[in-house]
Design a protein around this ligand. Structure first.
Ligand code: PAF
Length: 275
């Protein structure tokens, strides 16, 4: 595995790769969720490129940029063992210059749900993902469904800018207790983690209701709230939307996503279920 710190190294090394390239962008502190993306990229492509970059432009003032878990040595070992061919670990100076061109998330969908709570977050995500897709010239790039709104925006960027990379959506990986894997789970105390399990329980409750034929969003939302409200410290939102992120009042199988964001202690957690 080659570890590159500079974008020009990536450009040169990429030119020498033959066959298809699968790309997995990450912010490091790799866990089984990232590994599942890397494995899928390896199964479907001749070469795998991974990036690790804690991207400052997607953090808002007061968010956890400084505190965000960084585990460089462990991450390099994990990538090596997972069969990654090229690991790109740039510094912010390699990625950005002063007074950069900007990419904006869509004016409506970019500013609802996560975009409403974190205005500008998706602009930063799209800016860095555009750079990384251009650098890797990937045939396919792998994104987790855990960050569904991010996935939807990246797909739109690829569509709107006629980019050639296929965006592959991958299932959320969960711990045995059901909590979706996230680098931010390390912030949870043991007691908070117990309470955070109300998140998968609420999604499970929604799933059961739908299986039993309950399609009314108002009923499903109310039941989810009952599961969550006693356990979490702040219920930011529960949203039920179609694949274009338009709120709906009746669940439509194969065209519905149920999303939520909560705070447990100081930790903000998101999760969702595609119906
Ligand atoms: O999902 C993430 O880890 C980040 O948002 C991404 C896609 C690596 C961009 O910084």
């Amino acid at each position: 595995m080659i570890v590159a710190r500079k974008s020009r190294e990536v450009i040169e090394l990429r030119k020498k790769m033959s066959g298809t390239v699968g790309f997995v962008p990450t912010m490091g502190a790799l866990h089984e969720g990232h590994l599942s993306l890397i494995r899928k990229a390896g199964e479907e492509n001749d070469n795998v490129i991974v990036s690790i970059f804690v991207n400052p432009t997607q953090f808002l003032p007061g968010e956890d940029l400084e505190k965000y878990p960084r585990k460089e040595d462990a991450d390099i070992k994990i990538c090596e063992m997972a069969g990654v061919d090229l690991l790109y670990m740039p510094g912010a100076d390699d990625m950005y210059e002063k007074d950069e061109l900007r990419i904006s998330s869509p004016a409506l969908r970019g500013y609802i749900l996560e975009g409403a709570r974190r205005p500008g977050h998706f602009d930063g995500v799209l800016q860095v993902v555009m750079k990384l897709l251009n650098l890797s010239c990937a045939d396919r790039a792998y994104f987790g469904k855990k960050d569904t709104q991010q996935l939807i925006h990246v797909r739109q960027m690829v569509r709107n800018y006629f980019m050639k990379t296929e965006i592959v959506a991958c299932e959320t990986v969960r711990d045995r207790d059901g909590l979706a894997l996230s680098s931010r789970n390390v912030y949870l105390s043991r007691e908070e983690r117990k309470r955070a399990l109300s998140i998968p329980r609420a999604l499970e409750r929604a799933g059961k209701l739908i299986m039993n034929g309950e399609m009314r969003v108002s009923v499903i939302e109310k039941e989810m709230r009952l599961v969550l409200e006693k356990e979490v410290d702040l219920l930011e939102y529960i949203a039920v939307v179609d694949r274009y992120f338009v709120p709906i009042s009746e669940v439509r199988p194969n065209d519905t996503v149920i999303l939520m964001a909560v705070k447990v202690g100081k930790t903000r957690l998101i999760d969702n279920m595609w119906v």
